[in-house]
Design a protein around this ligand. Structure first.
Ligand SMILES: [Zn+2]
Length: 288
C-alpha cells in the first residue's frame, strides 16, 4: 500500500543479470528501494561486458574493458546499496551471430550444467526470499540475457532439490527453497513508446528489429508494476557509474531528462514462482 514503509531487514534479495549495467535500467529503483528499507542485496553479474561499447577511449581499451566495467559495477552497486557483489567472470557473448559467441570463455559456450550449479550454490549459500533476473525475452533478445534467464530459472528449481549437487553439501550449501522468483520485464508498450520517441527525434532505434513489435514482453505478462519515482535519483546516479556505456551520442542521450526520468520511474516484473509452502504473496507489489 502506498505510504507504508515496512522494515525489510529480514529480507534477502538476489539479483542475477548478464552484464554490468543490466541491473540498473530494469530494476535499479526497486533495488534502491529494497536497500533503503533494510533488505540485504546480493548482485550476481554473469559476464564482464567485455564486448560492450567504450564511450570514451580515455576510459578503457578493448583489453581493459572487462576490468573497467567490473569497477563501474562496484561503484554502481555501492550507490544502489548492494552489500554483496559477485562476478561469475564469463566473457560477454556479444549479440546474436557475432564472432564473440564462439569464444571459449563466453557465457554462450559455457556448460549450462556448470553455470546452473554455480548459481544454485550461490542461492543455497545466500538463502534469499526473492530472486530477480531477466525475463524470457531478454528485453531485446541478447543471447546472454536469454542464457541467464534459463540458467537462473533452472537454478531456482534445483537449489531446493536435495538430490541435486550433493557435492555442495560438505561446504554447507544445503537445499534452499526460493519463495519468490521475479523476471524483470520491459513491456511492449514501453518499447513502442521509446521507438516512437526515437523516430520523432530522427534517431534510428538501436535494436536488431524492424519495429517494436518483437521487443519486450506482452503487456499482459506483467504481474507487478512498481512506482520507483522516489528512488529515481539513486537509480540514475547508479546508472551513471557505468561511464563506458554512457554514449553522449546514443539514442537515449537525446531524450529529454524529463522523459528519461518518467520512463525510469516505473519498473515492471512478472512473478514467475511463488513457492506454495513458504511464499508470501506478491511481495514487490506491496512495497510502495
Ligand atoms: Zn545486458
Amino acid at each position: 500500500m502506498p505510504g507504508i514503509t515496512p522494515d525489510l531487514s529480514h529480507l534477502s534479495v538476489v539479483g542475477i543479470f548478464a552484464h554490468p549495467d543490466d541491473e540498473g535500467f530494469g530494476c535499479g529503483g526497486t533495488l534502491a528501494l529494497l536497500a533503503a528499507r533494510g533488505a540485504r542485496l546480493t548482485l550476481v553479474c554473469a559476464t564482464n561486458g567485455d564486448v560492450g561499447q567504450i564511450s570514451d577511449p580515455s576510459l578503457a581499451t578493448p583489453e581493459t574493458l572487462a576490468q573497467v566495467r567490473q569497477e563501474e559495477l562496484r561503484q554502481a552497486a555501492a550507490v544502489t546499496g548492494v552489500q554483496d557483489l559477485r562476478f561469475l567472470n564469463y566473457r560477454d557473448s556479444g549479440m546474436v551471430g557475432s564472432r564473440h559467441n564462439q569464444h571459449l570463455a563466453s557465457l554462450h559456450q559455457a556448460s549450462p550444467a556448470r553455470v546452473v550449479g554455480r548459481l544454485a550454490g550461490i542461492l543455497r549459500e545466500v538463502r534469499p526470499q526473492v530472486v530477480l533476473t531477466h525475463d524470457s525475452t531478454g528485453g531485446y533478445g541478447h543471447p546472454d540475457h536469454l542464457a541467464v534467464y534459463r540458467h537462473v530459472t533452472s537454478a531456482v528449481a534445483l537449489a531446493s532439490d536435495a538430490a541435486a549437487y550433493p557435492e555442495q553439501a560438505p561446504a554447507g550449501l544445503t537445499p534452499w527453497i526460493v519463495p519468490l522468483l521475479y523476471y524483470v520485464c520491459f513491456p511492449r508498450t514501453q518499447f513502442r513508446r521509446m521507438w516512437h520517441e526515437m523516430l520523432t527525434l530522427g534517431i534510428t532505434p538501436p535494436f536488431a528489429s524492424k519495429d517494436a513489435e518483437s521487443l519486450g514482453c506482452p503487456d499482459d505478462e506483467v504481474t507487478t508494476t512498481l512506482n520507483v519515482r522516489g528512488f529515481v535519483d539513486t537509480k540514475i546516479a547508479s546508472l551513471n557509474c557505468h561511464r563506458t556505456q554512457l554514449d553522449p551520442n546514443g539514442p537515449f542521450a537525446r531524450f529529454s531528462p524529463e522523459l528519461m526520468r518518467e520512463i525510469m520511474s516505473t519498473e515492471y516484473f512478472a512473478l514467475a514462482r511463488r513457492d506454495g509452502a513458504s511464499g508470501e504473496a506478491d511481495l514487490l507489489a506491496g512495497l510502495w
